[in-house]
Design a protein around this ligand. Structure first.
Ligand SMILES: NC(=O)c1ccc[n+]([C@@H]2O[C@H](COP(=O)([O-])OP(=O)(O)OC[C@H]3O[C@@H](n4cnc5c(N)ncnc54)[C@H](O)[C@@H]3O)[C@@H](O)[C@H]2O)c1
Length: 249
């Protein structure tokens, strides 16, 4: 029970990783409010959290809308009684080759993967600073540090996730002396349901680029989040933790 009594917001809580992260936080004693566009998916995650005996809330919101996010964060804060942990997990890539990419595709990727992190963190941070206690963990990607070798056509996604890396380091310095830590994970390919669509050839192509020859397990990624949100990580900030089987070495 490393997070007993803690109150967490998880963005992208309806998604594959957000759901596992929400469940892992609840397993350690945290109340969880999920923010996502996907209402039915959020409800399922909320049921998993509630099933672990923890308070659970769900807020449907487009995280690229700064003002709407402010309202949802405020509602989450009120219903939880405060926010101690923020996990920025919402996001996702779209394959598009740079020489033919539209400005709209570029903007959408940056909005979804970087600006959403700004929008939510900007609204959550003041409360953490006030209580002089907070943990922010964002889910970037190995694409931010190793380019798009696992998925070609990922320039917009990689650039946006690299923005999350920069934001993490700069914000970590800004708030370090106020009791708030800011870290991020840089996962490689995870064994999420989306990967089931891979052909055997695509699977082999992926594994050939991963020294351990293993896809990441969402449960393991969630444990990294729990660690960074927990008491043992009080003096860890500004870290970019690759979870990629050595791909980025
Ligand atoms: N799955 C992987 O292999 C992998 C690898 C590296 C990084 N990541 C990152 O991890 C995070 C989670 O990935 P996942 O596999 O769970 O993806 P997913 O598609 O299953 O979940 C992403 C969630 O984000 C939500 N979302 C997206 N845009 C939103 C918006 N504008 N407003 C509100 N909600 C929005 C979606 O509705 C979805 O529920 C993403 O940021 C992704 O880039 C995933």
């Amino acid at each position: 029970m490393r997070l007993q009594g803690k109150r967490a917001i998880v963005t992208g809580a309806a998604g594959a990783l957000g759901r596992v992260i929400s469940s892992a936080l609840a397993d350690e004693g945290a109340a969880v409010a999920g923010l996502d566009l996907d209402g039915p998916g959020l409800e399922l995650t909320a049921q998993l959290v509630a099933g672990r005996g923890r308070p659970s809330r769900a807020f449907v919101v487009d995280l690229t809308d700064f003002d709407a996010v402010g309202g949802s964060v405020e509602a989450a804060r009120e219903s939880l009684g405060g926010v101690d942990i923020l996990v920025n997990c919402a996001g996702g890539g779209a394959v598009s080759f740079f020489h033919e990419m539209s400005a709209e595709t570029w903007t959408t990727q940056v909005d979804r993967n970087l600006n959403a992190v700004f929008n939510v963190t900007r609204h959550v941070l003041p409360g953490m600073l006030e209580q002089r206690d907070g943990r922010i963990v964002s889910i970037a990607s190995v694409a931010a540090i190793a380019g798009g070798r696992l998925v070609r056509g990922a320039t917009a996604y990689a650039a946006a996730k690299a923005g999350v890396v920069g934001l993490t380091k700069a914000l970590a310095i800004e708030v370090a002396e106020h009791g708030v830590t800011v870290n991020c994970l840089a996962p490689g390919a995870q064994a999420t349901p989306g990967r089931d669509r891979d052909t055997p050839e695509r699977r082999e192509e992926l594994l050939a680029q991963i020294p351990t020859r293993l896809l990441g397990r969402p449960e393991d990624l969630a444990q990294a989040v729990v660690f960074l949100a927990g008491p043992a990580a009080v003096n860890i900030t500004g870290v970019i933790l690759p979870l990629d089987g050595g791909h980025s070495i």
